[in-house]
Design a protein. Structure first.
Length: 589
């Protein structure tokens, strides 16, 4: 047995040989992973399961949180303040994906990161369930016919709520940064069959996200409104604990990839080294730049972002570290290889698309804040059943699932039959379509709100608890349009960031993608605060606001972005021509 382990470890870097062993993965014992007993769909399914429960918990809280916070709910906050609490919570959740990715790449690995932060999320959700049940942590009830204005939540009550929400955000950030990467780790890219399965994994990953969201906006929202929030949040916490147990049960089955360190550190090293040598004259030939990788692992030099090439210019004081073999080696904060610099350039090329897509998620934020609050003021009866306001987002989720189904089953086969070698839309074309649909969604939302305000004015509704005689289904177009837009932009973004990022930066590229969601939510908070401070569009209740003006201005923001994205959709996604730099001519040490 010991001899077998020695042979397996010795064969770690021995190329593609090794029969049924995976070249760049180990099992739970640290030996090279055997395809017959590790990885594959069984292991990947466990990762999909914990993502489903994460989405169930996150959306079960976020999509109905605004109704808990506003004047018609429990905490009695003004509309704008309630919306900002939700968007700040969601923005922090996605921003912390960068922290989770850094810890996974540098210290913990994806497996431990998922297990630890899933537990943090379960604890935060459990505490939230308790906080909504304790009467002292809520202001006094304030229903229709109250003598005076409703008493807002105190600083202590909001402080406890914030602690619970941001514990959940911390757990979400650490978990989401690693789940998709850990799922793809279960497939061997060098095996054609497993590589094809990896492509299916992304489709199923997004499908499980949609299923979790669908359960959240239907079952959990109903439980919150008709049974109690503490019960619903308790279900979320219980689901996370069950998911953790199921995930840990696959420990022996998983494949584990060895990390080469945090890509964030590598990027900083290039920037610092280039800044230190900003006054050094750049060499005329690529052969004068430093390279330490073998030929098969090198990235060809490109002329773009030439200022970063200074990080690979050799100087006399670069060798001030000693390697494990006792030989001098370059300080990575002073000298970086050409391949490392090119990785930084690849990340820099992602930035225009990264910045463009932030605006979509600003629009998305309105769907789970102000649009839900609109629904609370409208007629939600369907027969003898009153639809929970937050359950209107079921049209949002339905649009996502329907769009994906039509795209995969109708559009792609049609595109394949009408063109030669075309497999559907490029990732940038998907992003452009998503932005256009989001603009259309905001236009529909503005028109609907104009009609709703006209009805409110005609009935002189002064009380914030009265419903208007206008069907809540008037909100359907905005949910359908923005939902269809998310189907295009989410899959386009995920594909773009993973396929266009440097090899070995899978976790960071996922985190980079998720920061667009984070900044979109934070931008929404900033816009709400700016508009409330500079105009009278956002009052204490939406019946005393001009939400139609706010929707119109928000919808205009992605117009320039979509026009920037669409014309470039063919060039960046097609094969890129590299300069005729001689890879073998890089000087090595």
């Amino acid at each position: 047995m010991d001899g077998k382990k020695v042979q397996e470890r010795a064969a770690w870097g021995a190329g593609d040989g090794g029969g049924n062993l995976v070249q760049d993965a180990v099992d739970y014992r640290g030996c090279r992973a055997d395809k017959s007993s590790t990885g594959g769909w069984v292991a990947a399914a466990l990762a999909l399961g914990i993502e489903l429960c994460e989405r169930l918990s996150t959306m079960g809280i976020a999509v109905n949180l605004v109704t808990y916070l506003t004047g018609t709910g429990t905490m009695h906050l003004p509309s704008a303040a309630a919306a900002n609490v939700v968007t700040d919570f969601m923005g922090t959740s996605f921003l912390l994906c960068l922290l989770g990715g850094f810890l996974a790449d540098s210290f913990l690995g994806r497996y431990l990161t998922i297990a630890i932060f899933a537990l943090v999320k379960a604890i935060g959700t459990g505490l939230l369930a308790v906080s909504t049940e304790v009467r002292q942590l809520r202001p006094p009830p304030c229903g229709p016919g109250a003598a005076g204005p409703c008493e807002q939540a105190t600083g202590l009550q909001m402080g406890v709520l914030y602690v619970c929400l941001y514990l959940i955000a911390l757990g979400t950030g650490g978990l989401k940064s690693s789940v998709s990467g850990f799922g793809t780790d279960q497939f061997d890219e060098r095996d054609p069959r497993e590589r094809a399965a990896m492509g299916l994994f992304f489709n199923r990953f997004f499908f499980f996200i949609s299923v979790g969201t669908l359960l959240a906006v239907t079952v959990l929202v109903y439980v919150q409104d008709h049974v109690g929030r503490s019960w619903a949040y308790g279900i979320c916490a219980g689901a996370m604990l069950v998911a953790i147990g199921v995930f840990l049960s696959g420990t022996r089955r998983y494949r584990y990839k060895r990390s080469s360190g945090s890509p964030i550190v590598h990027i900083l090293q290039v920037l610092v080294a280039a800044a230190r040598k900003r006054n050094i004259k750049q060499p005329l030939t690529v052969s004068a730049l430093y390279e330490d990788r073998p030929d098969h692992a090198r990235i060809p030099h490109t002329a773009q972002f030439a200022c970063l090439d200074r990080a690979a210019v050799m100087a006399g004081d670069d060798d001030n570290e000693v390697g494990s073999d006792g030989r001098p080696m370059p300080n990575p904060w002073k000298l970086c290889s050409v391949s490392r610099v090119e990785e930084m350039k690849m990340v820099a090329r992602l930035m225009p698309v990264w910045a463009t897509t932030i605006l979509f998620w600003t629009i998305y934020a309105q769907m789970i804040t102000f649009s839900v609050e609109q629904a609370t003021t409208m007629d939600r009866r369907m027969g003898g059943f009153e639809i929970p306001a937050a359950s209107l987002t079921v049209f949002f989720v339905g649009a996502i699932m329907l769009t994906l189904a039509v795209y995969d089953r109708v559009f792609v086969p049609l595109c394949r039959s009408l063109t030669t070698g075309r497999q559907g839309l490029t990732n940038l074309e998907k992003i452009g379509i998503g932005l256009v649909l989001s603009i259309a969604g905001m236009a529909a939302a503005a028109l609907c709100e104009k009609k709703r305000l006209a009805v409110a004015a005609s009935r002189a509704v002064a009380g914030q608890h009265e419903s208007l005689p206008i069907s809540v289904f008037m909100l359907t177009p905005q949910f359908l349009l923005v939902g269809a837009g998310e189907a295009f932009i989410y899959t386009g973004q995920l594909d773009f960031f993973i396929t266009r990022s440097p090899k070995g930066m899978k976790t960071m590229s996922t985190g980079l993608f998720l920061t667009t969601l984070s900044l979109g939510f934070f931008l929404s908070s900033a816009l709400v605060s700016l508009v409330k401070g500079c105009t009278r569009w956002l009052g204490d209740t939406i019946n005393h606001s001009r939400l139609d003006y706010f929707y119109s201005s928000t919808g205009c923001s992605p117009c320039s972005a979509s026009s920037t994205s669409s014309p470039t959709s063919s060039a960046p996604c097609g094969p890129r021509r590299q300069p005729a730099a001689r890879r073998s001519s890089h000087r090595s040490r």
